[in-house]
Ligand binder design. Structure first.
Ligand code: NDP
Ligand code: 13P
Ligand code: ZN
Length: 353
């Protein structure tokens, strides 16, 4: 008897383009959302987007509550839940980078409220995904969460954000190549749940981004357009898989461990990009594979070395040798690398000197 079933949760509205920030009120109306929104943001996104959007709401007689978060943590999710209850909010709007959007989607899941995703940086592929990523002591959870009812991505705002945020988003996408290789390996060796559609979409997204690398230049609003579409496509792959597997393999474990060992040293996307160079090398095969990843990263100005990340060589080795313990996710790292092997891969790929 056939007993399989799937439930794919995706945004109902996706609005991308120049000046669409001013459509948030209209989108809320289109979704028939009533009552008071709570904006979940962080300091810079508050200034560049949340405050002007709040003014648009005030002009219609609605005064949004606003909470600004500093870290991606369960404490921050709790703070948002308490603020939503105290403010009698009826839906949430995540306005910012990956941190603010992740916290909004997890809080809205707990509150059983809808949420809108308004990215201010094309820096991560959690813009549409139905998952949050939160560090918790020695581990890092990929938490099932509410997908956005709508995404409003203003390419004007995204293009004005610091260039390195956009290159971080590109690197998060390029890392899909190794994430999918890890996923296929885990399917073969551990028979984990696997979706060929999600894997193909994640890979194709990386492919299209790399093919359009010459359009990705600072000061070009079209870059924000190209990168944001890729970030959304990658997020949809995660939603189809109902897992972050299509976009998160060993290179993400490496980055999550760097977040613990060297907090705030570099952006998420930049760390996973450098991790991807090394895990591509570990996957072996064609010499061109890891060099292609390195060259794709450098063609869009993303870091390819520890030095460029602002992280010292020994921290890279520590992260490589311990990051398999971060979570129960089988990857090319298997049950861990020893120090000699880690130093060898980091040196051969030029990540450390
Ligand atoms: N759920 C998922 O599927 C995914 C989740 N993630 C998560 O997302 C996070 C990484 O996202 P990322 O965006 O790099 O992290 P942050 O949200 O921390 O943003 C990075 C920096 O960009 C700043 N910023 C954001 N927008 C602007 C702007 N328009 N102008 C100037 N500065 C701006 C932020 O300012 P400020 O300091 O004021 O906040 C912050 O300093 C990680 O926690 C990662 O785990 C990543 C990928 C997928
Ligand atoms: O960053 C992600 C995909 O780009 C997902 O993060 P996790 O590794 O926490 O699942
Ligand atoms: Zn990522």
């Amino acid at each position: 008897m056939f007993e399989k079933s799937t439930w794919i949760r995706l945004p109902r509205n996706v609005i991308v383009g120049h000046g669409v920030r001013s459509s948030v009120v209209e989108v809320v109306d289109d979704l028939h959302l009533q009552g008071r929104p709570l904006f979940v943001t962080s300091p810079t996104p508050k200034r560049v987007a949340a405050d002007p959007i709040a003014a648009d709401f005030e002009a219609t007689g609605i005064e949004p509550a606003i909470v600004s978060v500093d870290t991606a943590s369960f404490d921050a999710v709790e703070e948002v839940i308490e603020t939503a209850e105290a403010a009698d909010a009826s839906y949430l709007v995540g306005i910012g980078g990956g941190k603010a959007i992740d916290i909004a989607k997890m809080a809205s899941d707990h509150l059983e409220m809808g949420f809108l995703s308004v990215p201010t940086a094309a820096s991560h592929d959690g813009i549409v995904s139905n998952r949050g990523s939160v560090p918790d002591g020695d581990t890092r959870h990929s938490v099932a969460a509410e997908p956005p009812l709508a995404v409003v991505a203003d390419t004007g705002i995204l293009a004005e954000a610091p260039w390195e945020l956009t290159t971080a988003g590109c690197a998060d996408i390029i890392s899909n190549y190794t994430a999918v290789m890890d996923w296929r390996l885990a399917k073969r060796l551990k028979d984990v749940e696997y979706s060929e559609y999600a894997a193909a979409l994640a890979e194709m997204t990386a492919e299209i981004l790399v093919d359009n690398a010459d359009l990705i230049r600072p000061g070009l609003e079209e870059s924000a357009w190209v990168v944001t579409k890729a970030l959304m496509s990658s997020g949809v792959a995660m939603s189809i898989a109902d897992s972050s597997r299509p976009a998160s393999g060993a290179e993400h474990l490496f980055s999550h461990q760097l977040d613990r060992l060297a907090p705030d040293a570099a952006l998420h996307g930049h760390q996973v990009g450098v991790g991807s160079i090394m895990t591509a090398y570990l996957h072996g095969g064609d010499h061109g594979f890891w060099t292609n990843i390195r060259d794709a990263l450098s063609s869009i100005d993303a870091p390819t070395t520890a030095d460029e990340l602002g992280i010292d060589d020994e921290t890279v080795i520590e992260a490589l040798t311990t990051c398999h313990e971060i979570r129960d996710r089988y990857t090319i790292l298997g049950d861990g690398m020893n120090e000699r092997a880690a130093r060898d891969v980091a040196k051969r790929t030029g990540v450390i000197s």
